[in-house]
Design a protein around this ligand. Sequence first.
Ligand SMILES: Cc1cc2nc3c(=O)[nH]c(=O)nc-3n(C[C@H](O)[C@H](O)[C@H](O)COP(=O)(O)OP(=O)(O)OC[C@H]3O[C@@H](n4cnc5c(N)ncnc54)[C@H](O)[C@@H]3O)c2cc1C
Length: 484
Amino acid sequence: MKKIIIVGGGIAGLSAAYYLKERTNTPCQIILLEEADYWGGKIVTERVDSLVPGDEFVVEGGPDTFVVTKPWGVKLCKELGIDDRLRGTNPKTKKTYILKQGELHELPGGLTMMIPTEIGPMIRTGLLSWFAKMRMGLDFVIPPSQVNGDETLGAFVTRRLGREAYENLIEPLMSGIYAGDGDQLSLQSTFPYLRELEIKHGGLVKGALALRKERLRKARATKEGSPPLAGSRSIFLTPLNGLVEMVDSLLQVLEAAGVELRLNTSAQTVERTANGYSLVTTCGEVISADCIILATPSFVTADLVSGFAPQLVAELRPIEYVSTATVTLAFHEKDLPRPLDGYGYVIPRRAGRRALACTWTSTKFPHRAPDGYALLRVFIGRAGQEEEIDWNDSFLSATAREEVNLTLGINTDPLFERVHRWEKAMPQYALGHPQRLKRIEEILTVYPGLAVAGNAYQGIGIPDCIHSGELAAEKIIQSFIKDL
Ligand SMILES: Cc1cc2nc3c(=O)[nH]c(=O)nc-3n(C[C@H](O)[C@H](O)[C@H](O)COP(=O)(O)OP(=O)(O)OC[C@H]3O[C@@H](n4cnc5c(N)ncnc54)[C@H](O)[C@@H]3O)c2cc1C
């Protein structure tokens, strides 16, 4: 019987265990180790009672939704039999705002993959000066760059659409996903399709227009056929009672399949042995195994393998992470000075605020708060600004309250608040990240039976992390076949 250890009980590690069990015919013993006292890693869902018995708030401390354009999230939910639990974003009020000089401006309509495709809304928007609007038009005539290689997200968008469009429109939408600095992030690792649009269609706007046409055609075709997921055309989905439903379903399957699930167990080192690997926990327990999947943040993975894989360590250590926090605030709707008529707002880096964005959760996902209540979530912390933040609850809470006061005029005390701190949580895919991944892959070929997974590599979103777990499981299964 093969013995496999998986370290890290976030969505990547849980998915790796799931796909190992699902896809192999080889009898195997799987041990999943997690240092925290709960499963799910960044996925933390809390339920908070309201004054009305039976009516609850669903508070997400980390992620609150996942995209359907990357298929692995929906696929896993279908396999787990919980796809009927998925809900889309509120179709009635789809507005998103961007902060500019203290005022909220509605995101112009007609954006496809965040790229403008309609002239009218762009002409009307107060987010950009006339100069910036004209500069964006040059995208139609600027030829695609002939440089073959990576560039930063900031450099690319500036080259195509101009600096002002980048800073006021694109940067807050795109860099926010990584809590990153777009002038450092690798285009190829974060939004590779943008460069593909440029190469294929000669410009971003032309490419986005072509995409839009294709989507409309597909939508019409789907209308005539059956919808991809009953009841929703939203590109963001989330289980009714929070993302923890995915974690709970995975755990149920893993438990039933006999996977050994161990919380409060921290891996300290991994060594290579004649037959595979041996892991030592911080309590001194030694566990040996044929194979090992490290679904931990890359800096932890580097520490774990430092005894035998110096080249891997040299590639993993430079991957930087940004710390971030979310503060959820609940109010009576009647106490708010303005209606929360959209999904929330994003804050450009140039605004100099500590907050990155504010989601109007009770509008975006109405099932997350009882009627009559408003639930808001403020994101704090981004690359290059971490030093300005005291990472304690009272500072974070004060920052969030100041943000909603300044922008939304809310100066009443919240009915409750929840602070979730995420230290070194968001990996930054800097320039050169794709090449680094290739080197990591090459180095790993020297260590059969060793695989890595998680958000440090091929994508930070939940579907990417699920897929990374799936790929790690596949790699281990392939190593069984080679051993036969
Ligand atoms: C505030 C926030 C909001 C986000 N919003 C979204 C969103 O809306 N949609 C989306 O798709 N993505 C979102 N993301 C990103 C996404 O949530 C993460 O990238 C993803 O959950 C990471 O999963 P993971 O399994 O790779 O890592 P993690 O969830 O970090 O799991 C790694 C696990 O390893 C454990 N571990 C570490 N060291 C050891 C050790 N030595 N021994 C044993 N265990 C160890 C940790 O305790 C942790 O549980 C968000 C992230 C944050 C922080």
